[in-house]
Design a protein around this ligand. Structure first.
Ligand code: PGA
Length: 237
């Protein structure tokens, strides 16, 4: 399974390095089978000499190799650190940073051409959720507009906007309902994200179509993140 941490706008260079080293040491000692991802801030990217099943990824990029885009980070800068995994479509970028579906699709195509792993995030806001599952699914399908769902390094993260950073994850029934509807049409790994923590990760990972989690807040503590990896190692599916 994929157990991913999204640092968002947290951690310094030194803090990231210490975190990555601690997780690396834990994975080696526990002989963990999980695919672990740590999406660090740009300023903390580095060559950490990760194991095969641990990758430090980028939370964002501008869809150019290099050029004149003041304040942006292109692929040349990511390649310096051999970044092999990127987040695209996170709700904070869709809603707070106003990224359009067209721009997200442009980023997706760019990352696909670079053959990196893409963790592609989708999720509905609260006002759609209250309209019921059909409204939720049509909202989610619209977030696939312009996205090649056959790309072989695609991982999909379903993260309901109302569950992100609120401490209130979606119910297991809701996660199961959405993921199984996605599974019926998509053959890529499906993750759940939104207030995943030590206390609920086990039951979430038991949801049939769920193949991992994308964790924000609760992962910003290395012991808690290691504990989540440990729990995932004990889930047999
Ligand atoms: P959260 O964030 O775990 O704090 O809800 C998840 C995410 O935004 O990826």
């Amino acid at each position: 399974m994929i157990i991913a941490s999204n640092f968002k706008t947290n951690y310094t260079r030194a803090g990231t390095k210490a975190f990555v080293q601690a997780i690396q040491a834990y994975i080696a000692q526990a002989k963990s089978r999980q695919q672990v991802r740590i999406f660090a801030p740009f300023t903390a990217l580095d060559r950490f000499g990760e194991h095969d099943n641990l990758k430090v990824g980028a939370q964002n990029f501008y869809p150019v190799q290099s050029g004149s885009y003041t304040g942006e980070i292109g692929f040349q800068q990511l390649e310096e650190f051999r970044i092999e995994s990127v987040l695209i479509g996170h709700s904070e970028r869709r809603h707070l940073l106003k990224e359009s579906q067209a721009f997200i699709a442009q980023k997706y195509d760019f990352a696909k051409a670079r053959e990196v792993e893409i963790v592609y995030c989708i999720g509905e806001p609260a006002e759609i959720r209250v309209q019921g599952i059909d409204a939720v699914m049509s909202y989610l399908w619209e977030q696939f507009e312009g996205i090649d769902v056959h790309y072989d390094r695609l991982v999909i993260a379903y993260e309901p906007v109302w569950a992100i950073g609120t401490g209130l994850s979606a119910s297991l029934d809701d996660i199961d309902d959405v993921l199984s509807r996605l599974r019926a049409k998509l053959s890529k790994p499906l993750l759940y994200g939104g207030s995943v923590k030590v206390d609920n990760i086990e039951s979430i990972l038991h949801v049939k179509a769920c193949e991992g989690v994308l964790v924000g807040t609760a992962s910003w503590n290395e012991n808690a993140f290691c504990e989540m990896i440990r729990i995932a190692d004990h889930v047999n599916k």
